[in-house]
Design a protein around this ligand. Sequence first.
Ligand code: MSP
Length: 512
Amino acid sequence: MKQFYVTTAIDYANGKPHLGHAYEKVLADVISRFQRMEGRTVHFLTGLDEHGQKVQQTADKEGVEALAYCDQMASKFQDLIKDLNISNDDYIRTTEPRHKKVVQQILQDLYDKGEIYKAEYTGFYSARAEQFLQEKDQVDGKWPEIYGEVVEITESNYFFKLSQYQDWLKDYIENNPEFIQPNVAANPVKRFLEDPINDLCISRPKERLSWGIELPFDTDFVTYVWFDALINYISAVGYGTDDFKKNWPADVHVIGKDIVIPAHGIYWPIMLHACGIELPKHLLVHGWWLMSGAKMSKSIGNIIDPLSLVEQFGLDPFRYYLIRESNGFGDSNFAYESFVMRYNNELGNDLGNLVSRLLNMGARYCEGKVPAASVTEDPEKELQSLWNETAEAVLPLYQSYQFHTALDKLFVFIRGINRYAELRQPWKLAKSEDPKDRAILETALMLMAESLRLSSLLISPVMPQVAERIHELLGISLPETWQGQLEWGSSLEGKTLGEKTILFPRLEDSLA
Ligand code: MSP
């Protein structure tokens, strides 16, 4: 059976991991964990983009071989993945033989089919973007800052016949509106396709760039950036072998909005189509994390080290913040103030206090065990129907990658549990001798426990460790899938509750 195949962009090896990289990994991890909870087998790929001029230049500057430099960077990026508890199944490096082999195979196939030709080209070249530019890329007669120094050069190169597929791609995007998600992310691609597109230069002469993959039909040239990098999505899952169809077509490529045009929205679908390979089902495009209104990037130098945040605040709160605060396709602003606010209010007050209250009252009134529920009056019925509405709303939101709204809805339920506890006031009922009051007290504790079990299941793709911890505190273990587990009314009765615990110790506002 085909596995659910999810990928992230592969990170450039020429810079340290930053919050933007961390976010994309966490986002793809949430998708993977959600799919696993739904009972699917997932294949989750991430990796490192190691070739190109910038890597070569940085390695030269540091006086090391390019591969040795990439090895160091790979271990930094892999540490990030471990520290973020990312559940990837594979990690691809574009310097691996399994990748190079497939890149060369694709190049040879396209060359044999007449899709690649050699030509002389004079154009404006940006070393920073590693691409030729067109006059239309200028803004007010100047090259935008992102391109760095732009020089005019002439050289022979190999070109892929991109332009002949323009109409095909236009129709494809028109007829497959689900291909680019969210839908607004398709608009710039459609606009881009309104003007004629050029064929794609896919090579560099070795004398200018040797740190690439050799063209199989002309060893004086290497292929560069996109023709190399994009192919990772198929090389990693055994393109050309029987295993390939276990994963391909990919279900979702998670990418930032800066690499939709032209790489993933234009080049990639056309490359695949020209090779007769099915297209991925979705591109999921996310916005940028900004600090003080500017995208975080190496060249701007305003990079937050994600790991220092994890150390300060704990991993799951960090994951929660990224997913809850992120704006989907829009940009999100990283601010300590909003982190501290969400942490204290949502995690501390709404969720953490509820757990502490339950454990406290369980220990004081019920010998540390989950009691039985025997009362079903309006407050109980309302809590149950709030749960049903929540599950019904949250699952499709997860399915359609609207995670921040999913968390928002889930926390409406968590606040509903708190309201229920306030209404029933088990701490007051504990003073009464009336058996009816005792029955309500026990029912309330049971329902709080049950609601927490359900909430922690739904939160598990985002905060897997917290979900596990809450399950443990309820005397059960987190199941591998939530199938059959999301229905109200499990048998928590008699389970031993954990010791009193503060899941999210309050952060001082002064940290902000
Ligand atoms: N190597 C290419 C991708 C090749 S995919 C076949 C690349 N690398 S990157 O390191 O610059 O970016 C990796 C991913 O991180 C991209 O999806 C990019 O959009 C994302 N982010 C980089 N900075 C970001 C933010 N500040 N915020 C959110 N994500 C951003 O592009």
